[in-house]
Design a protein around this ligand. Structure first.
Ligand SMILES: [Fe+2]
Length: 201
């Protein structure tokens, strides 16, 4: 979406421009490199060995991998064996997290699906979502990955969606507030800061 289409005001601040990287844990760097580089064709552009996490006293050796998209932005992974366990690499539901990459033609979408299936990675779809058409697969770490194509009329459809987006949040909250209060409590819903983690580091 172009900057001109944005209305959230940042005052004198330039808007945040794009996602530089999204980062996930991986089981194994080479296994992950195979999927992103050999199957999805995203070149490995960095694999940085670190002995400690900046700002922490404890030595935590890890490898930080970056794979580049055509626009120069990246998807990143951490290979940190000491803190890893197999349970972290179960297939995650798309509702919980997934990453969607973009292609620009139907032909490309179908050719990617063919190539991914030929590599032995089950790739299903295309699924029509109205605004986009998508194919889906899992990476070797259980992360759902999607490749999507903007549907014809995407910009106009999104412009229409934008008009009702705020109102849809209000409607949805009115419909689901009681369910969520029962589950999380009103205080958790109204809080604007994250709770400290109770997970063991
Ligand atoms: Fe998606």
């Amino acid at each position: 979406m172009s900057n001109a289409a944005q209305t959230a005001s940042t005052g004198a601040l330039a808007p945040i421009s794009s996602i530089h990287h999204a980062a996930y844990r991986c089981r194994d760097a080479e296994q992950t490199r195979w999927f992103y580089e050999d199957v999805l064709g995203l070149p490995l552009v960095a694999a940085i060995i670190n002995e400690k996490v900046a700002g922490l006293e404890k030595d935590i050796p890890y490898l930080h991998l970056f794979f580049a998209l055509a626009d120069g932005n990246t998807i990143a992974f951490f290979d940190e064996p000491d803190g890893a366990s197999e349970g972290q690499f179960q297939r995650t539901a798309g509702f919980d997290r997934h990453v969607a990459f973009l292609v620009n033609t139907e032909k490309e979408l179908l050719e990617w699906q063919k190539r991914i299936n030929a590599a032995g990675v089950s790739c299903h779809g295309p699924v029509d979502h109205g605004i986009v058409r998508s194919i889906y697969m899992y990476d070797p770490n259980g992360l759902q990955t999607e490749i999507c194509l903007r549907a014809p009329g995407y910009d106009a459809a999104m412009a229409e969606q934008k008009k009702v987006a705020g109102e849809n949040i209000r409607k949805w909250n009115a419909r689901t507030r009681a369910t969520k209060e029962a589950k999380f409590g009103a205080a958790a819903l109204d809080r604007r800061t994250a709770q400290p983690s109770t997970r063991k580091k």
